[in-house]
Write a protein that binds this ligand. Sequence first.
Ligand code: ATP
Length: 238
Amino acid sequence: MRNEEETAVVVQGLTAGYARRAALRDLTARFPRARVTAVVGPNGSGKSTLLGVLAGVVRPMSGSVERASTRRPGFVAQRSAVSDNLPITVREVVQMGRWAHRGPWRRLSERDRSVVDDRMARLGVLDLASRRLGALSGGQRQRALIAQGLAQEPDLLLLDEPATGLDLEARRCVSEVLDGAKAHGVTVVHATHDLAAAKRADHCLLLKEGRLVAEGPPGAVLAPEALAHIWGPAQSEW
Ligand SMILES: Nc1ncnc2c1ncn2[C@@H]1O[C@H](COP(=O)(O)OP(=O)(O)OP(=O)(O)O)[C@@H](O)[C@H]1O
């Protein structure tokens, strides 16, 4: 990043976790505005916790998170965090994204409806609009949840493993959607185990055991020697 102007979020000395156990320790990092940042690391390294802090659902134990904007971030949680049994349709799920603007259960305006339809179309779930979320395949459900995040029209979009379990075409669709959001000025941060997707990002954070190991351009952060350091030599060919 070249200067402060281009930074959407600054995290300094962040320690955060659950009960008294820290899952992230003394993390300092920046998230460039209108760019895609990939957060990479092994299971349990603190990726979801970091997204939770940025989303405002996990409170820091110490350190700070500074964000220029006061708009509520869009947060697409890990699919496993969303109940399969919710008796709501895909359209209702995506409409919930408009609550940030309308408040819950308010009547939707014409514009709300058109944003909802547009986001469902972009994620290829418009023809599933009246199906119940719980009756969808994992990949279809994931696309509905991403459509919900986009329907919020956030300036900061946080996604926890958005491409996990998706087929090739759906992954391509998600990747295009995230690039489209970025082109509209949205700061995108996603946690991923897909190193190819991480390499397409503009900026990358590599975590291990709750600590930041490296930050910068994905090509440098995900260099074979860094990956070998984290996962062992077998993964260093990515
Ligand atoms: N709700 C919770 N309550 C207690 N501990 C938690 C909770 N969520 C995560 N943890 C712990 O915090 C640590 C970091 O977990 P986190 O989910 O942030 O990692 P992650 O990098 O996203 O992992 P994964 O790749 O498996 O999704 C782990 O040790 C985990 O057990």
